[in-house]
Design a protein around this ligand. Structure first.
Ligand code: NAD
Length: 247
């Protein structure tokens, strides 16, 4: 038993969970007792690695920006484990570029995956959660939603949009026992940040009071807390996981 953080009997859908932060979230939710649906978009072999590190779990390929594929993801969950009590909207992409050079396609694609994808999944999850009068939804935003960041106008807009989506959904679903919160990671060691040069990495670390990048496990801990009964009276909030770089 894991006490307040016990997730036995719960089912979780985690989007974009083939690797990185999503994988760490699946592993922790599974360790706390949840059955997990590992959503991925492209790399089935990586999703298999996530599965191998979880207990009761299945994988399912779906592009979260596509409503029909999301519907199939939820149908697969329902058929395998029953309707989900937990949804973690983690899938996210970057297509960075300075404002003057950013194409409409790059703007739209990032909004479609990062923001519309979360909308698609929240809408599907809320149906069964409202019936059950219970649910936990966590949206993975970013520190840049609040701080801004040059060269990421599409990504920052999508992540700030997620904070608004979180608050609106929280207000709408609160009376049905459903909490909706955001986790806003700072700089985390994953494939998304792997391409940074040593110079950039040092400059970024210097801006973090704790003096280091975070780990996917640092983020997973915050997500698991918000998914647990310990966080039952917390809704519409943003929990920063950033080593103090933004307060
Ligand atoms: P990552 O690139 O390793 O993981 C993102 C995952 O989303 C990948 O597995 C990818 O395949 C999946 N994905 C992409 N498009 C998808 C789609 N259309 N449908 C379903 N899945 C899709 O990066 P990560 O660092 O693990 O990021 C996870 C989340 O955390 C993202 O939302 C990211 O924006 C956010 N985040 C990351 C950092 C960081 O420093 N790494 C900081 C703040 C926020």
């Amino acid at each position: 038993m894991n006490g307040f953080m016990d997730l036995h009997g719960k089912t979780a859908i985690v989007t974009g969970a083939g690797r990185g932060i999503g994988r760490a979230i699946c592993i922790l939710l599974s360790r706390l007792g949840a059955s997990v649906v590992v959503n991925y978009s492209g790399n089935g072999a990586e999703a298999d690695k996530t599965l191998a590190m979880c207990g009761s779990a299945i994988k399912f390929r779906a592009d979260v920006s596509d409503e029909d594929e999301c519907r199939r993801l939820f149908e697969k969950c329902e058929a395998s484990f029953g309707a989900p009590q937990i949804l973690v909207n983690n899938a996210g992409i970057t297509r960075d570029g300075l404002l003057m050079r950013m194409s409409s396609d790059d703007f739209d694609r990032v909004l479609d995956v990062n923001l519309k994808g979360a909308f698609n999944c929240v809408k599907l999850a809320s149906k069964s959660m409202m019936r059950a009068r219970y649910g936990r939804i966590v949206n993975i935003s970013s520190v840049v939603a609040s701080s801004g960041n040059a060269g990421q106008i599409n990504y920052v807009a999508s992540k700030a949009g997620l904070l608004g989506l979180t608050r609106a959904a929280a207000a709408e679903l609160a009376a049905r026992g459903i909490t909706v919160n955001s986790v806003a990671p700072g700089f985390i060691e994953t494939d998304m940040t792997a391409s940074l040069t040593d110079g950039t990495r040092e400059a970024m670390s210097a801006r973090i009071p704790q003096g280091r990048f975070g780990t996917p496990e640092d983020v997973a801990g915050a997500v698991a807390f918000l998914c647990s009964d310990a966080a039952g009276y917390i809704t519409g909030q943003t929990l920063g996981v950033n080593g103090g770089m933004y307060m």
